[in-house]
Ligand binder design. Sequence first.
Ligand code: CP
Ligand code: NVA
Length: 294
Amino acid sequence: MNTDNFLDIDDLSADEVDAVLTRAAALKNGDDAQLADQTLGMLFEKPSTRTRISFETGMTQLGGHAIFMGPDDIQLGHGEPLKDTARAMGRYVDGIMARLFSHEDAEILAKYADVPVINGLTDDAHPCQTLADLLTIREQFDDDVSVAWVGDGNNVGQSFAIGCALAGVDLTVATPPEYPMDEAVVDRATELGGEPDIYTDPEAAIEDVDVIYTDVWVSMGEEDKREAKLAAFEGFQLNEELLAGTDAKVMHCLPAHRGEEITDAVLESDRSIVWDQAENRLHAQKALLVELLG
Ligand code: CP
Ligand code: NVA
């Protein structure tokens, strides 16, 4: 692998994404891989179910070990600068996975830690989620597949847009005008050959697609924007009415807020592939860990 860190999905080339997904599928099918005696330090500024459990379980299955550190567990939460935390941690562990608010902080961590740093979600990107998403899509469909992103243009969507370009997945995007993807992200996806079609109307975006993917409307750390966001996302809910004319599958990175971005009926329906998607976090990240730390 040509990168030392995995902060953004396009830290990997298209071939490297393909290699990680191929390894992930093999690991899922029972292939063995080892990171014996290696330790992953896991730093969380925000809560997590899937990321925390899948990384910790993944390291255990690979014969290694993971250490969970919440915001109050270490000196970082009591005034020690991130760059000092990074340098000290890097002297003990073999790799760091971090869930942070600021993407720039992930870059600082990577700059100062002398070991690979993996982004476990920042406000701008969630590349580990994208690997699992692409693995799920690869399991369900042949090469010719189209996906609509319907929801917020922030972290999960942005990494997914670039990931689709790297993996040759056709993408349409519908975000409210107030919450678009960054222009730089759309430009990067286009540069990689993705050319996503951008809409502000969910109905237009989901026409003729194989998969519809959404995420929460109010991300972690945005609680003060809740009222404005709920108003802006009116009409973006994945419900039976919006999905009436399509047999597309439904994806969600989870956690889901039933009654907001998706209804209980849609999430629990046959079209939902969210549990495979959640499981694939484990397999995709094990493959990534082996490629980065192995
Ligand atoms: N999708 C995802 O990252 O889930 P968690 O917040 O539970 O880790
Ligand atoms: N956009 C969501 C993703 C959670 C996995 C958030 O940032 O809270």
